[in-house]
Design a protein around this ligand. Structure first.
Ligand code: NAP
Length: 436
């Protein structure tokens, strides 16, 4: 059970016996799922890291609650920082007090590592700027696809990377739900299963509606493109409108539907970006991923196509990445320098992608050839059309277009909606990436 005592007294009593070297002292901000996993993992990985890790204490809201791990808890953040830990591990979540405490630690010269995508997406510039001025590491590998260390890889290889396009599955909850619908579950059953198995929050709206993925995409845009984008400026849609029939039809078209975060800034300082479901051709590296697995496909003129995949979340993998960041931060004491402020911009709608469209009508749908002609009159060209299906008294048909601008697609589909008096739903189509 956790206890509330003076941190100094507690620390003297619990100094680890192992290791001749002075232990590395970690202060935890948060002792929830991630913070507790850090506390559990720290002693186990000490030999592997060749240094003993000692948790000086953890900031929590409720100091009276029984805790599964034996860590001193406090609700006095200042005392934790006054105690001068070697590294602060931030796993509070949300914007405040996470931002203020991370800044306070940095100003005191204490390195900070975080798993908190919200604070990195919203205040990353401010935190990185403070860290650069003070010459203090600030690391956030665990904030995006926590189990796959790809951000640090590119931080060290900026020229080789030169990334100008990102396509990723960065939210495990929505990916799990879609994968389950694909194998026959209803949306409600799939979501309930995700919650039962701990893959979804009690309120899963941020995952399902794309808010979580938009925060991660904003972090990736700053990391790879030096582009500062507000998550709320990214066009975002959720997976709630996808039906089993859409997934069946996607398979007939040799593709699948995935919850995607996409941005492309090739030749432009204004990225085209979206978060939402997209049709992914079977040959695309993201198409074969299933369940809660995350994946990221990075493309650039020099690096070509690079693909990373693995667990995106889970307390244990997140804790492991945070502890790796601790080690990196300790090795990485940097000189004070200027932080290169990223360019602020508002992303555009996706450009140059095809569209997967569902037409649905309570009456009769127009003939496929008439639909294709109408779209062609707006310079939008169909590449595939399904046969018509009838269910619940409604006719449905799906089509796929060749790549065109979002504006052209909107004009053509608006004309179709009015001309054919039908409901239309559409999602972008990711480009095929051929194996080389
Ligand atoms: N869970 C994952 O698999 C995962 C994966 C990757 C990244 N992350 C990120 O890691 C962070 C932590 O996630 P989590 O799942 O561990 O969250 P959590 O279980 O809700 O834990 C949050 C912890 O922070 C403490 N806390 C929150 N607000 C506080 C405040 N104002 N003052 C003092 N203490 C406060 C809570 O105290 P009490 O215990 O007293 O409530 C709790 O110990 C989030 O940013 C999340 O996005 C999580």
């Amino acid at each position: 059970m956790a206890t509330v005592v003076s941190l100094e007294a507690r620390e003297r009593a619990t100094q680890p016996a192992v290791g001749a070297a002075t232990p590395t002292r970690l202060a935890l901000l948060g002792l929830g799922q991630v913070g507790s996993a850090v506390a559990r993992l720290a002693p186990a990985v000490s030999p592997q890291l060749e240094r003993s890790l000692h948790i000086t204490g953890a900031l929590v809201r409720d100091v009276l609650r029984r805790r599964a791990c034996d860590v001193t808890v406090t609700n006095d953040a200042r005392s934790l920082l006054d105690d001068r830990p070697d590294v602060v591990v931030e796993a509070l979540g949300g914007l405040e007090p996470a931002r203020s405490l991370a800044l306070d630690a940095i100003e005191r010269g204490i390195p900070v590592v975080t798993a908190n995508k919200s604070v990195v997406a919203a205040h990353g510039d401010e935190l990185l700027d403070a860290a650069a001025r003070r010459g203090v590491p600030f690391r956030y590998e665990a904030s995006v696809i926590a189990g796959v260390p790809f951000l640090c890889t590119f931080a060290r290889r900026p020229i080789a990377a030169g990334v100008t396009q990102i396509a990723g599955i960065v939210n495990g909850t929505s990916h799990f739900v879609l994968s389950r619908i694909q194998t026959g579950s209803t949306y409600a059953d799939a979501l309930a299963e995700a919650q039962r198995r701990g893959f979804a929050e009690p309120d899963p709206s941020k995952d399902i509606e794309g808010g979580d993925a938009a925060e991660k995409l904003a972090i990736l845009l700053r990391h790879f493109g030096r582009l500062r984008v507000r998550p709320s400026d990214i066009e975002t849609s959720g997976i709630g409108s996808i039906t089993p029939a859409d997934l069946t039809q996607a398979a007939v078209f040799g593709a699948t539907i995935k919850p995607v975060a996409f941005a492309d800034w090739t030749g432009s300082h204004t990225p085209a970006a979206f978060v939402g479901p997209a049709l992914v051709p079977a040959g695309h590296p993201l198409a074969g991923l299933r369940g809660v697995t995350n994946g990221i496909c990075l493309r650039g003129p020099v690096c070509g196509t690079l693909v990373f995949s693995g667990p995106g979340a889970g307390p244990e993998v997140t804790a492991a990445t945070l502890l790796d960041d601790v080690v990196e931060a300790l090795a990485d004491r940097c000189e004070p320098r200027e932080f290169e402020i990223a360019t602020s911009c508002r992303p555009e709608a996706p450009r140059g992608l095809g569209w997967f469209v569902r037409l649905r009508s309570a009456g009769r749908l127009p003939e496929a050839v008439d639909v294709a002609d109408l779209l062609a009159s707006h310079d939008v060209w169909c590449s595939r059309t399904s046969s018509t299906t009838t269910a619940d008294g409604c006719e449905s048909r799906w089509l796929q277009t060749h790549p065109c601008s979002e504006g052209r697609a909107t004009a053509a589909l608006d004309a179709l909606r009015i001309g054919a008096s039908c409901d239309l739903w559409r999602i972008p189509v990711l480009e095929t990436i051929d194996a080389e």
